[in-house]
Write a new protein. Structure first.
Length: 229
């Protein structure tokens, strides 16, 4: 049974999530402070954490950093902070996804299912990460080739490859703008988001069936990008 640690200082949200998650077969722990969350995670390591940023004792970003010091457990941030700076800070600290309050329970459950599917990946699933698909194209990450269904090969530049590979190796995960700039261009690049828009547009023109309405290479405005299988 998947164990989820829900961290929030609003009793109504804790109660609603506890009821909804347990009704769907999850084992649920709750914590109302950052300190209690870190202690609970250490005592009974969860499989997934749903974390509010606005806690009474520690900022949620500090809790993320505390968890990331010893565990790679998936973290979904649940917060009333709608500003992109807060979202990017949480993602850069190690969060896997971000849901803004007020939220629909169905949306949060869908995000949880997506993360738990990645947790329970089978060897066949792992093979699909090595050769994922975007539109009518198969991308072989092992030998760095892109082949369309009609057998034609699509050429990518080294920078296009670096950006695409970062997304494809983390299917479903939101990768922040800052993380992409750091990993593709280098640590001195932090504000050049126009690079990301330019190269993403190039990738969509080469790979998506309808570049204006992408199905796989998705922009999360103000936050980053994700690959949707």
């Amino acid at each position: 049974m998947t164990r989820i640690l829900v961290v929030d200082d609003e009793p109504q949200i804790l109660r609603a999530l506890r009821i909804n998650l347990r009704a769907r077969g999850y084992d649920v722990q709750v914590a109302e402070t950052g300190t209690a969350a870190l202690k609970a995670a250490a005592a009974h390591p969860p499989d997934l954490v749903v974390l509010d940023l606005g806690l009474p004792d520690l900022d949620g970003v500090e809790v993320i950093r505390g968890l990331r010091g010893w565990t790679a457990v998936p973290i979904i941030v649940l917060s009333g902070r709608a500003g992109s700076e807060d979202k990017v800070a949480a993602l850069d600290a190690g969060a896997d996804d971000y849901v803004t309050k007020p939220f629909g329970v169905d949306e949060l459950l869908a995000r949880i299912r997506a993360v738990t599917r990645r947790l329970s990946a089978t060897p066949a699933d792992a093979a699909s990460v090595v050769a994922p698909r975007v539109g009518r194209h198969t991308i072989n990450l092992a030998d760095r080739t892109v082949t369309s269904d009609d057998g034609a090969e699509v050429k990518l530049t080294p920078t296009q490859w670096a950006m695409l590979e970062k997304l494809l190796r983390h299917p479903g995960k939101l990768i922040s703008q800052r993380q992409l700039l750091h990993d593709v261009w280098g640590p001195e690049y932090q504000q050049e988001t126009n690079y990301l828009r330019q190269y993403m547009a190039q990738l969509r023109r080469k790979l998506e069936d309808d570049p204006a309405r992408p199905r796989h290479l998705i922009t999360e405005p103000g936050m980053g990008y994700r690959y949707r299988p």
